[in-house]
Ligand binder design. Structure first.
Ligand SMILES: [Zn+2]
Length: 201
């Protein structure tokens, strides 16, 4: 019996060591998350997107003029009605602002929709799975724009916020030194205006 206990304790200590390795602090950040203005998009749009992601994640996000550096993870805004909504090829993804104007939303609705799409773009860039919580912006695999407009929180749920942070750290991304990570102010629920057939995001 004593021998069995000793073996078990030995196994436990090995497990603890491997768990401790997994929990060890990540290496120093080697990359940044940057938003760049691609074809048709303005630098103001990139600034606005970077500010939104800074407010809603713990990742350090900057709007970048010029070419990203090696190690950077990039969200490239484009504004082209003929381009797809987004194309993900890590470490870069695009988000087509022209597609977000589908159905001619008013400014408030467009801003909210753009924020939702940015949250999802970042999750796609990190290869994160959809969420099972209907309040979460990552709910559903391929929501339509109409679905996105209806997500009540307009933001990551707490577990998704945590896994996004872990995903960023795992990729060596710089984190905010004093992250607020707070949800954006709640916007009034969108009016139930019938929309044309919604596009898949
Ligand atoms: Zn979630």
């Amino acid at each position: 019996m004593k021998k069995t206990i000793a073996v078990s304790l030995c196994c436990l200590s090995v497990l603890s060591a491997s768990a401790a390795e997994e929990l060890a602090p990540a290496a120093a950040p080697v990359g940044r998350l940057v938003v760049v203005a691609g074809p048709g998009a303005s630098s103001a749009a990139a600034e606005s997107a970077a500010a939104f992601l800074s407010e809603n994640t713990s990742v350090a996000v900057a709007a970048l003029e010029g070419e990203p550096a090696a190690g950077d993870w990039v969200i490239e805004l484009v504004d082209d009605p003929d381009a797809p909504l987004g194309e993900v090829v890590p470490p870069r993804t695009t988000l087509n602002l022209a597609r977000l104007r589908f159905g001619d939303p008013d400014d408030a609705k467009l801003a909210r929709r753009t924020g939702q799409a940015l949250c999802r773009s970042l999750a796609s860039l990190f290869g994160e799975e959809p969420c099972v919580i209907p309040l979460c912006v990552l709910w559903r695999d391929k929501p339509s724009l109409h679905d996105l407009d209806d997500v009540p929180s307009g933001n990551y749920c707490p577990p998704c916020r945590t896994r996004m942070e872990a995903a960023a750290r795992a990729r060596g991304l710089e984190m905010q030194s004093d992250p607020c990570g707070l949800p954006a102010a709640e916007e009034p629920a969108p009016e139930a205006v019938p929309e044309p057939a919604a596009e898949k995001i």
